[in-house]
Design a protein around this ligand. Structure first.
Ligand code: F3S
Length: 649
């Protein structure tokens, strides 16, 4: 065998036929771990309940609370209590609010090399830093996995990324992934797994590898993975979990579908400019940009090292007076560790604002920049409006660049910093005591009552696929529409995640505030879009809320992977133009008709769409036989109920 590491894990977990392991074919894999966060978790667990399975059937399922932390009303706390009681009853571990961001905590406390993790968050690949095959998916896919069902995906191409050389001081792991984004763009990873190998891997700690895997999501990749080696073992030892470590890597001379090479020694500090993570230039090309805000944190860069580097730079000095600086530890473990060894005191003394261990400003939950402000962040996304300030400009960089820039008040190449670089990348010990913060499921589930406050509304349902779809074009949008455009987040909207009727009032609200009203007025309809529709997060609300509003189909030039899967899961037809130029032949408000939808789907992938003026447009609905059955059933939940007698399969 000359298997890559990713191929080894896929083979070990394959449920479908062995010959399905060819790029593009649908594969079904067994799932070992699942994770959810609160913004996607409530819905995933309501879906799990609807399947009628009493306890999860995975090796480990964990429910995290990290997104909706502001408690300006009862909604978020209603969600947290629902999640906690659900977890206790149904066999799920519960990571309490304050324990940290799901990906950081899963890496620290649960990751296991060689296993498959499915998470209802697009940055689930973070655990690839510890040799897991970790994939982001919609909440419904995660619910099915919790019920013991396999996960289906098109077999990705496996790309070998050869890392050679060693980084110069002040060049960070973040610069490695920004370089990948610069070369490949936000579409460059679609349908691919990036597997890192080579001597340069030894230059990276597990949290640094996790940073690279985390932001592979911005490439659109299925996932990214590093081998599990002696560096991984040392990390597990510090986590007091050495027994859960195993060595794992590709075969010598492993075969990859594609190759990329990065010479770490030639890398420079990089920065992604507004409003896309692939709009990458060298820091020194735009040095001197005045800054209003600097934020270090998010699931990309909130490890011990990321905060230690900031403390090192800021020790004995003050953040520039024009800059508001925030720091977010990724986990309670990181928070406790920096509190013990003095780093926290240095950050506070420097005038930084230290926030609780959660997503916070990354998801627009507080710390919105000033209007028109320039914010420099160590995060992973800089889509327009995501910060909570519609006209803010967000730049993405390493914690090294962020810290030195916060000191100067302008974007600065960290190599210009006058002091020495810190060589210690990890603490000697981590605070690994989870007691009372990660709650195991109850041994007496029959005694646990799942608490449902008024923010927990029943799951919306729909019937089987209609035989004829007739509807107006409710909205026509361009390229690279993100899930933030479709279903925005932020402190007002996010708390409504468990209440679909209420949250659906915000669908496309930042693109066209009249969209929800129009959708209701016309009894639903169709969306027309350019390429890469639905890029960004895994949020299934970007499919579920449109489904609730009656959206029956999206016709686009192309789709982002997770969103396309979410559309199928909620019974919305994802149609691609056969001729991209046909996009120009449809206008908003046109009436479209798709005749005999089930028949067309069963005959093949071609679906004919007619306009009210009698024009015929060719589209394709490229789905596997399983996905076609899901669409015919009106979504995954209906499909599971029909085919597995209440989801017991
Ligand atoms: Fe949270 Fe932002 Fe990551 S919302 S999970 S910190 S991308």
């Amino acid at each position: 065998m000359r298997d890559s590491l990713a191929m080894k894990i896929l083979r070990e977990h394959l449920v479908s036929a062995p010959d399905s392991l060819r790029p593009g074919r649908e594969i079904l894999i067994r799932v070992d771990h699942t994770l959810t966060q609160d913004a996607t978790g409530t819905m995933a667990y309501l879906q799990f309940e609807a399947m009628g399975v009493p306890r999860v059937r995975t090796r480990r399922s964990v429910s995290y609370v990290d997104h909706n932390m502001l408690q300006t009303g009862y909604e978020n706390m209603d969600d947290h209590v629902f999640l906690q009681t659900f977890a206790a009853k149904h066999g799920v571990y519960f990571s309490r609010p304050g324990n940290g961001i799901c990906h950081q905590v899963h890496l620290e406390r649960f990751s296991e090399p060689g296993l498959v993790l499915l998470g209802s968050d697009s940055h689930t690949p973070t655990c690839g830093g510890a040799g897991m095959l970790a994939i982001g998916a919609g909440g419904l896919d995660v619910a099915v996995a919790m019920a013991g069902g396999p996960f289906g995906l098109p077999m990705p191409k496996i790309v070998g990324v050869h890392l050679k050389g060693r980084r110069q001081p002040w060049v960070a792991a973040k610069d490695v992934i920004l370089e990948m984004l610069r070369r490949l763009t936000v579409k460059g990873g679609v349908g691919k797994i990036f597997e890192y190998y080579g001597e340069g891997v030894r230059d990276l700690t597990v949290p640094e590898r996790a940073t690279i895997c985390n932001m592979g999501a911005e490439l659109g990749a299925t996932t990214s993975i590093f081998p599990s080696d002696e560096i991984t073992r040392a990390y597990f030892r510090k986590q007091n979990r050495e027994t859960e470590w195993r060595e794992l890597g590709p075969d010598p001379d492993a075969e990859y579908d594609e190759h990329i090479e990065i010479d770490l020694s030639a890398l420079e500090p990089l920065v992604a400019q507004p409003h896309s993570p692939d709009n990458v230039v060298r820091v020194r090309d735009i040095e001197g940009l005045p800054l209003d805000q600097v934020c270090i944190g998010s699931c990309t860069n909130s490890s011990f090292h990321d905060l230690a580097i900031a403390a090192h730079v800021l020790k004995g000095r003050r953040v520039a007076s024009r800059v508001s600086m925030t720091l977010t530890p990724g986990s309670r473990q990181v928070f406790a560790t920096i509190a013990r060894n003095g780093i926290l005191a240095d950050l506070i003394a420097a005038g930084a604002r230290v926030l609780e261990a959660a997503c916070g400003p990354c998801i627009g939950m507080g710390q919105a920049p000033k209007s028109g402000g320039i914010s420099l962040r160590s995060f992973n996304r800089n889509f327009e409006g995501r910060s909570g300030t519609p006209d803010a400009k967000v730049y993405l960089c390493s914690p090294e660049t962020a810290a030195v820039s916060a000191l100067r008040g302008v974007l600065t190449d960290p190599r210009d910093y006058e002091g020495a670089y810190v060589t210690q990348r990890e603490p000697d010990v981590y605070d690994t005591n989870d007691e009372g913060m990660i709650l195991p499921p109850s041994d007496h589930p029959e005694q646990v009552e799942v608490v449902r406050g008024p923010n927990i509304k029943p799951l919306p349902t729909r019937g089987p696929l209609e035989s004829v779809i007739r509807g107006r074009v409710l909205l026509k949008v361009g390229d690279n529409i993100t899930t933030d455009h479709i279903m925005p987040a932020g402190s007002k909207i996010l708390p409504l995640r468990s209440n679909i009727p209420a949250i659906s009032e915000y669908v496309f609200v930042r693109v066209d505030p009249k969209f929800p009203e129009r959708a209701k007025q016309y009894g639903g309809g169709i969306i027309v879009a350019g390429s890469n529709y639905g890029q960004g997060s895994s949020r299934e609300h970007a499919a579920l809320a449109p489904m609730y509003l009656g959206v029956k189909a999206v016709i686009a030039k192309s789709f982002a992977r997770i969103h396309r899967a979410n559309l199928i899961n909620f019974g919305i037809l994802p149609l691609m133009f056969t001729e991209e130029a046909d996009y120009n032949r449809i206008s908003q408000d046109d009436e479209l008709v798709i005749e005999d939808v089930p028949g067309q789907l069963q005959r093949g992938s071609r679906i004919e769409v007619s306009t009210s003026s009698g024009q015929r447009l060719g589209t394709v609905c490229e789905v596997s036989p399983r996905q076609r059955d899901i669409l015919l059933s009106g979504g995954l939940l209906n499909h599971v109920k029909i085919n597995h007698g209440g989801g017991k399969g």
